[in-house]
Design a protein around this ligand. Structure first.
Ligand code: NAD
Length: 333
């Protein structure tokens, strides 16, 4: 079994190698690490492999899947939860086995969400830089208590529930919106419709998948329906947000704070050191100019616990593919 692992960094190799060593059938599995992301022009790197292992910004549309199939690949192993970058219907038509890692430490993303909220709420991102410069003035660092605020969770799945639990601990009133609400949410907050959630929340946090119905769900109209000066947090997928509309709302002060771990055009930026490059994305660069905007480069999942689980579940998915046994993590149309 030969697997081409795309978009790999040193940390991916570390955890996948560890999981491989612990695997009972490790002698029969060969991992071929590729730094390149998967796209039509990099499919050749998977030539002769039985499977590809891909990540959030790899492209698995119909042309890429067809080219992979011609190269002899028969399985797609996503080492992430989201699969908006996979054309599932094309994959099924071509007979691919497609699996993902649906639930690796939802707390990793939920805790990162809180890190973003607390940073913006108390200006610790600005205080950090100031104090290192010997500037101990408090002017401009005024924050507000999280206790007593209303937080709206859009998507009350695994990560949304974990976030709601933490916000409960902070003494927030929690609202939720989800077309298929989890029964566990009833103990944590109140389900409302999306316009009510947007209108009533001091913090709106997005935890739903990117599908046609959710693409640009935060747009000019929904931003206008938010409480003036509220905080918007997106640790889910960049395209849930219409970024130019968000910039307009920040400029008009309708939106008070923005924290994002994901960005619609992140594919050409995130996961690489671009510090010596000229970044040509003017929308992204405009975001960087706001003192009340905090951006991290898709690191919500990035904890030791989550990386370990991703690697272990991926090997479980490989076993399913090899044995043909039922796979709970298989993605079907
Ligand atoms: P999940 O499947 O457990 O929960 C998603 C929830 O969203 C479900 O309850 C679903 O009913 C709900 N939903 C579907 N359509 C909706 C809509 N139109 N409006 C509101 N809710 C809707 O998924 P999860 O594990 O909680 O992950 C949520 C998202 O987080 C993933 O789709 C992924 O994009 C993102 N994610 C990001 C990172 C990161 O590193 N930043 C890591 C893992 C996952």
């Amino acid at each position: 079994m030969k697997i081409a692992i795309f978009s790999t960094q040193a940390y991916d190799r570390r955890f996948l190698d560890e999981a491989l060593q612990a695997h009972p059938d490790s002698r029969h599995i060969e991992l071929v690490y590729q730094e390149a992301s998967l796209a039509l022009h990099t499919v050749a790197l998977a030539q002769g492999c039985d499977a590809v292992c891909a990540f959030v910004n790899d492209r698995l549309d119909a042309p890429v899947l067809e080219a992979l199939h011609q190269a002899g690949v028969r399985a797609v192993l996503m080492r992430c939860a989201g699969f908006n970058n996979v054309d599932i219907e094309a994959a099924q038509r071509l007979g691919f086995f497609v699996a993902r890692v649906p639930a690796y430490s939802p707390e990793a993303v939920a805790e990162h969400t809180l890190a973003l909220i607390l940073t913006l709420n108390r200006n610790t991102h600005r205080a950090y830089a100031r104090v290192r410069e010997g500037n101990f003035a408090l002017d401009g660092l005024l924050g507000s208590n999280l206790h007593g605020k209303t937080a709206g969770i859009v998507g009350t799945g695994k990560i949304g529930l974990a976030t709601a639990r933490i916000l409960n601990g902070f003494g927030c009133k929690v609202l939720g919106y989800d077309p298929a609400p989890a029964p566990e949410f009833a103990a944590l907050g109140t389900m409302v419709d999306l316009p009510t959630l947007l209108a009533k929340s001091d913090i709106v946090s997005l935890h739903c998948p990117l599908v046609d119905a959710t693409r640009h769900m935060i747009n000019r109209d929904s931003l206008a329906g938010m409480k003036r000066g509220a905080m918007l947090v997106n640790t889910s997928r960049g395209a849930l947000i219409d970024t130019p509309a968000v910039i307009a709302a920040l400029k008009s002060r309708q939106l008070g704070f923005l924290a994002i771990d994901v960005y619609e055009q992140e594919g050409s930026l995130f996961f690489h050191d671009r510090s010596g490059d000229i970044i040509e994305d003017d929308v992204f660069q405009r975001l960087m100019t706001f003192p009340n905007v905090l951006v991290t480069g898709h690191q919500g999942f990035f904890t030791v616990e989550a990386m370990r689980e991703i690697a272990e579940v991926t090997f479980g998915n490989i076993d399913c593919f090899v044995s043909g046994k039922h796979c709970a993590n298989e993605i079907l149309p």
